[in-house]
Ligand binder design. Structure first.
Ligand SMILES: *Cc1c(COP(=O)(O)O)cnc(C)c1O
Length: 385
């Protein structure tokens, strides 16, 4: 049985629950992204919302990726972690004035704008500073990402971006606003996408759109395809690095970039998910009438994905090699949804054993809350212990 590479003998001095990050895997993943995107001159911006742990952000910025931010707080975190402002993009449907001003003051690479009123506000605030704001328009391409409905973003029914029907008018408007510089189009169709043919559909849409815009004499500097590449939650050891080779090759094959155009992407989950595990200790093993429960000291406040999205995380008992038994692995929070996994096969488990919830590096630590007045989970890098 594979126990991964957990230095369990060093965990004793660390309060559980905590996130454990395998820096070697993160660096291998970053190198793969740089190499595969680099083949075609593509630029990757890490989606900070997946995990804004300051130590991880520094490693990611040192690897040369840019940052994709969705709030002023994330823009600040990216700058503090060493991302050059010239590689920061800023998306989101509800950017407030202070967030826009912050981004303008730093001269970030561009705003990914999502509505007409937002364009007017950015124009006004940029004018007040005597600046020109670079703008990519987020287009909702009406492509189905075949993923969970909470994480599908590219359909007409979603709140994100401009619809294709409105795009011509919106472009006229951006060009007319004199403190804006129109630099490209932005697309993000959803998250945890494992069926790469969705991205082929996206390429077809972008190609059609570019043909139309070209007829109007409009040339774009940038095409930004967003993020969304999925990872293998079932088999984290089997495929620890997402298939970036196929992903970028697909765009090279199907997307017709024009001369001088740069393709940008915004991977989040696929960068950090597999390097992170939530480490938790078993508080009690409770035998019920029909099943047994492993009650652990982590809860939905530490990792909310199972409760929020019905998400699966592979769970391993890294303290035990005994024969496997079946457990419901549950947290201590007073909510029925505080269940990590029902019917989970674990090596026979006792109080005090460490469990690892795998593939938890993305949308894990960053979504932790203090509900029930719990302490926030800690974090440890493999290089720190
Ligand atoms: C969430 C998000 C991403 C990252 O998505 P992943 O599925 O984590 O790769 C990229 N771009 C935008 C605009 C996003 O909202």
């Amino acid at each position: 049985m594979t126990k991964g590479t957990f230095p369990i003998d060093k965990f004793g001095s660390i309060n559980t629950p905590f996130y454990y990050y395998d820096v070697e895997l993160l660096e291998k993943t970053l190198n793969t992204i740089k190499a595969e995107a680099g083949k075609y001159g593509y630029e990757a911006h890490y989606a900070v919302k997946a995990n804004a742990n300051a130590s991880l952000l520094k490693i990611i910025s040192a690897a040369g990726l840019g940052a994709d931010c969705v709030s002023g707080g994330e823009v600040e975190a990216a700058i503090n972690a060493g991302f050059p402002a010239s590689k920061i993009v800023f998306a989101g449907v509800g950017k407030t004035d202070w967030e826009i001003n912050l981004a303008l003051d730093h001269d970030i690479f561009c705003f990914n704008a999502e509505s007409l009123p937002e364009l007017e506000v950015i124009n006004e605030l940029a004018g007040a500073k005597g600046k020109k704001a670079r703008i990519e328009l987020r287009v909702n391409p009406n492509v189905d990402a075949h993923t969970h409905h909470y994480i599908t973003t590219g359909l007409n029914e979603n709140k994100f971006g401009f619809s294709l029907d409105d795009l011509n008018d919106v472009i006229d408007k951006v060009i007319a606003l004199k403190n804006l510089e129109f630099v490209g189009l932005h697309f993000h169709i959803g998250s945890q996408i494992t069926d790469l043919s969705c991205y082929e559909d996206l390429c077809v849409k972008i190609n059609e759109l570019q043909d139309e815009l070209e007829k109007r004499g409009i040339q774009l500097k940038n095409i930004n395809i967003g993020g969304g590449l999925g990872i293998n939650y079932e088999h984290p050891n089997h495929m620890p690095i997402a298939d970036f080779e196929s992903y970028f090759r697909l765009f090279n094959k199907h997307l017709k970039l024009r001369a001088g155009q740069t393709l940008h992407c915004e991977p989040g989950r696929s960068v950090v998910a597999q390097c992170g595990s939530l480490i938790t200790k078993v508080t009690y093993v409770k035998k019920g009438k029909e099943k047994q429960f492993a009650i652990v000291d982590a809860g939905m406040t530490d990792l909310i994905r199972p409760a929020l999205y019905d998400a699966y995380h592979r769970i391993e008992n890294i303290s035990s090699d005994l024969a496997e038994q079946t457990y419901d692995v549950v947290g201590p929070i007073c909510e029925s949804s505080d269940v990590f996994q029902k019917g989970c096969s674990l090596n026979e488990t006792k109080r005090g054993d460490y469990l690892a919830l795998r593939s938890a590096g993305a949308y894990g630590e960053i979504m932790a809350s203090r509900y029930n007045l719990r302490k926030l989970p800690g974090s440890v890098l493999s290089t720190e212990i």
